[in-house]
Design a protein around this ligand. Structure first.
Ligand code: PLP
Length: 267
């Protein structure tokens, strides 16, 4: 990568992380659609018809003999002399790599996460999956240094999302509450899939913002992301959520998500 790459100098870049299980891709088409949307919102011109991203993903899986883990993809606007005015023409830089890791059998899913609230000071286009990840990275690092696992960021008194996942609660009468889509949060691919599967299995879903106080009255809470799937959240700001341990409803949703994903893999 050139030091003049705008991804390096301005975080003028978008990315996707796609989970891999059984050597195949989870929710691949949805990740590609979000990638196209992110590129469109930033006006990065990438000719998707000239590059077969699916073939590149397949080749990477094969060359790395990846059975379980992730594929990271980053597309930057490309190189130009350093200027706040973006170049009119540039050739996007495309980088992909794989990471082998255990996703299905994960300690976080067994133990549950302890989170703390922090103000959401990110920019207001969180729906675009850019590589501007400094704030959530610093917040998560602080949380881990303080002996917990992650943050739930808040704005105007309501939870937006976690550092790199969407946040949800389950009420004592079984409803799933999650913040609606807007520019305030990333439109999580896992969130969308989990909501679809939950609705199909009869769970009532309410897309509305919730406060940390409401989360503390919830029966269970969980985060969703491509690599964490559905991961229980058991503690918020030092107080237990529900019984303070991973609950059955979250475990069922995790299982449902994994089963449905397995049935729809892109090979
Ligand atoms: N929210 C943020 C801020 C994220 O960074 C991520 C994933 O990286 C998510 C939510 C979850 O999105 P997805 O389910 O598409 O991985």
């Amino acid at each position: 990568m050139s030091v003049f790459d705008r991804g390096f100098l301005f975080a003028d870049a978008v990315y996707e992380v796609t989970a891999v299980i059984e050597g195949a891709l989870v929710d691949f088409d949805a990740h590609q659609r979000r990638l196209e949307r992110s590129l469109g919102e930033l006006g990065i011109e990438f000719d998707g018809s000239a590059v077969d991203l699916r073939a590149i993903h397949r080749e990477l899986l094969a060359r790395n003999q990846l059975d379980e883990g992730l594929i990271y993809l980053q597309l930057t606007r490309g190189c130009a002399d350093r200027s706040f005015v973006r170049p009119e023409t540039a050739t996007p830089s495309l980088v992909l790599f794989t990471q082998s890791m255990s996703l299905i059998d994960h300690a976080d899913a067994r133990r549950g996460l302890r989170v703390v609230t922090r103000p959401d000071l990110r920019w207001h286009r969180r729906d675009i999956k850019t590589t501007q990840l400094l704030y959530p990275s610093l917040m998560k690092s602080e949380a881990v240094a303080a002996g917990v696992d992650d943050v739930w960021m808040t704005e105007g008194g309501y939870v937006t999302e976690a550092s790199s996942s969407n946040a949800h609660i389950l009420t004592t009468d079984g409803r799933l509450i999650t913040r609606p889509l807007s520019n305030d949060i990333l439109h999580g691919i896992t969130r969308a899939a989990v909501l679809e599967y939950a609705r199909e299995s009869g769970v009532t879903v309410e897309e509305r913002p919730f406060t940390p106080a409401e989360a503390l009255t919830a029966k269970e809470a969980f985060n969703t992301s491509a690599t964490a799937f559905v991961t229980p959240v058991i503690e918020l700001d030092g107080q237990a959520i529900g019984e303070g341990q991973p609950g059955e409803a979250t475990a069922r949703l995790r299982e449902l998500y994994i089963d449905q994903s397995r049935a729809r893999l892109t090979r």
